[in-house]
Design a protein around this ligand. Sequence first.
Ligand SMILES: [Zn+2]
Length: 471
Amino acid sequence: MKLKRVALSILTALTFSLPLQAASTNSGAKVDYDAAGKEATKILCDYLKVDTTNPPGNEKLGADFLADIIRKEGLEATVVDLGKNRSLVCSRLKGTGKKKGIILMNHIDVVPAVAADWKHAPFGGEIHDGEIWGRGAIDMKGMGVIELEAFLMLKRSGVKLDRDVVFLATPDEEAGGECGAGEIKEKCPELVKDCEFVLNEGFSIEADDKGNAKYWGVDFAEKNICWFELTTKGDAGHASMPMINSSTNRMARALNRIVNAGPNFRLLPEVEEYFTKISVSENGELKKAYEDIKNAVNDKQKEPLLLSDLLKSSMLRNTISLTRMEAGYKTNVIPAKAMAQLDCRLLPDVKKDEFVAFITKLVDDPEVEVKVIDWQSNEPSKLQTELYEAIKTVAKEENPNIPVVPVIVPWFTDSHWMRELGMTAYGFQPIEVDKLHLATMHGKDERLPIKSLENGVRRMHKILVEFCAAK
Ligand SMILES: [Zn+2]
């Protein structure tokens, strides 16, 4: 018995100079990534058959499905009933407690799917041409299964952990998370106790048309949301006798100034890093612009080029989308009132008052009422962490010469709930996603290549071993 221990500790000491193999050595157990990939494929196919369309969600079905798998491993799974057939599920692998824990976060709900538009049944969990089809395959049951499989692998290998690893699947993300992650603080804070890090959806590995990785994008921040309602009032009248300052004319002039305001590019240090590092995978003019993004954002002629990528350029500016307009009820009647709404997404360092003043100045008419109807903000997570370093270490082994870059995403995920609890949350799915597959999220024919799922499981496991295994 004693001898065995000595032998093991020598082995441990030897192999920690090769951190990526630590999973199979810290405990002595071998890790079989092929078998894990096959198991994950089977779990995902079954999970996709569980209809958790939100609304109404019915995520209890998904939570029970996941809890069953976890319990079969001899682990405890806590299912928290949040009412109306909605539950979250949580399980914890204990570490030595030497370091703060990590939460593997994912949401159980999916957005609706219109079956008639799909090539294969959205809740069939079928495999066609090497791809797993179903609503949620990418957003985000696929990632949920990747996290679950890596979690089970840690348990089975008996790897000694310095941090607790918590698997957490929640309902209601697609409707804002108030009935999901938003409930944790009040209803079950003990589930996330002693945790400081979160891995969640957000960004992924951008791939080219052939599926080859271009860069690993780790979302550390989400843009703040600022929604406006503009209202104008005037006299109602007969349309045969136009009034220069009618409600509609006043609104049209204000909106004209807003939509013509130009992009107003601003470059945050992390965004500069993003563009300069990803320039290696671009070509031609775009490559030149990204390489020297500092000058490109100040070059009027480069505006159309930079704006040609809607997602990437959203990191360079506060965006304004005119989304609703309402006025009038009859062609020959000038209405007394007009209304418009704007969905604005602000870079993380922009304060609400500052942006309200900007919009008010653009409107340039005191007779136009400018009202903020929603404001949601969250603090970015810092990038100087052991978790970010662990991701970089694994990226180097998985995709040598491909950069890991910080990303600011223009959408909201459940990460903000965790950031509000003081945690460092990264949105990162360790799978290649190309434009074709990205478009299927919230669209039709959502599917994930089996190869991507297998890659994801392996990378997630490696990241967790690198970050959590006792050293
Ligand atoms: Zn999602």
